[in-house]
Design a protein around this ligand. Sequence first.
Ligand SMILES: [Zn+2]
Length: 496
Amino acid sequence: MSAVESPRKIEVFPVIGLEVHAQLLTRSKIFCGCPVTVGAPPNSATCPVCLGFPGTLPVLNREAVTLALRLALAAGATLHRESQFARKNYFYPDLPKGYQISQYDRPFSTGGSIAIDTPEGEKAIRLVRIHLEEDAGKLLHDTPYDDVPENVSLVDWNRAGVPLVEIVGEPDLRSAEEAASYLTELRRLVRYTGVCDGDMEKGSLRCDANVSVRTSPTAPLGTRVEIKNVNSIRFVAKAIEHEIERQAQSLARGEAIVQETRLWDEKGGRTVSMRSKEEAHDYRYFPEPDLGLLVLDEKWIAEARGALPELPRRRRERLATAHGLAPQDADTLVSARELADYYERVVAAGVPGRLAANWVTGEALRWMKERRVSTEQALSFSVSPERLAGLLKLVESGEISAASGKDVLVAMLDSSTEAAAIVAEKGLGRMRDTGALEAAVAEIVAGNPSQVALFKSGKTQTFGWFVGQVMKKTGGRADPAAVREALTRALESAGP
Ligand SMILES: [Zn+2]
């Protein structure tokens, strides 16, 4: 035992709320015509508006609003016919204007919810609001340039003015797992609706977590700590897990929780203090005088609603019910819209739903991963849904075994040949040559006199062993019914 006293344990009940920023998939920025770019030279996608030059005026990007509306509708939020932009004032080198244009007390959307699965069943996590805002630039502290001294930071304003929605959740989450489920559902939703690419690693989906603990489930909320900018769902769960433990230990030692912002240190597996947390009044919000009210009319809302696809949870329910799928399989299939489309095309080509689900979630997904085809790229996988269907029909009819089917799929990966042609070429199809089957049976029977004797002595379960041997000898290609028939005859006429 170490001399350090281990912290006393107390039971705590966590309360978690997430604030998620999603970058909208528009071609241009939210208040100017600059392109939204990936990997463009630093500061090349900028103009006087997004650089905050005096005298310039913002003009709202209609497409950004349409996408934001789509997400709000998908979350069942209440849309406000009139909303207002506000200036959030703070100084930071990545913010050229000295303020960020956001929405504050009059967001375009309030309420709504995201449903998650918990061991106790479905749970709705309520949303406070969804609002529109612009992104800030990016600071580069570890500069990639040889001629820049190490202690110098650079700024790239290409991201300044990129449109975002902030999705503010109520503190309805009670564990790190629930937080991870919520993020998974939210990411699915923004991807299904085409609102955001959902890429957390590249920062197009960013999550801040507010975590507090209390000593009973009904006690008043504890002091919350914000964990900022964690770049994967797994890390968000780990960071929250760690933060709950840290707060529990502080309480056990009789220390007060300090309201602050902390960062997740992945290498150290802990959160570290960054700064004391600002309150809303620190930002001196006031209405943006350069933009009028955002007014939504019925036509605009109808347009956004019309672009909504079938949402993931609904699709999961429909697929599970229509095809009798296991919940886990249905969930895997709808994890990406394109993968669900892939599956439905296999079924549409005439393959029974469960067989298709087994193969898509099994072999097809395995090869997609192997070939670095993401589930969002499922429809461009080298084996198209229709070609996979061709293969599965051969498996279903018993023309080839499932094991042969897997080999045929491998052969299909790098060719455009249809499954039936590969089966014919490789001679994998069902054995139609009854002479060859008879020969195989005769050989097995002749080669195993002791097993024959056993069978003859009344140990009829030996029959199964013979069937297995013949199937093995014929590479699984023989028709099992024909094998049983041929074996029965051969064993009857066998000596002694
Ligand atoms: Zn610009």
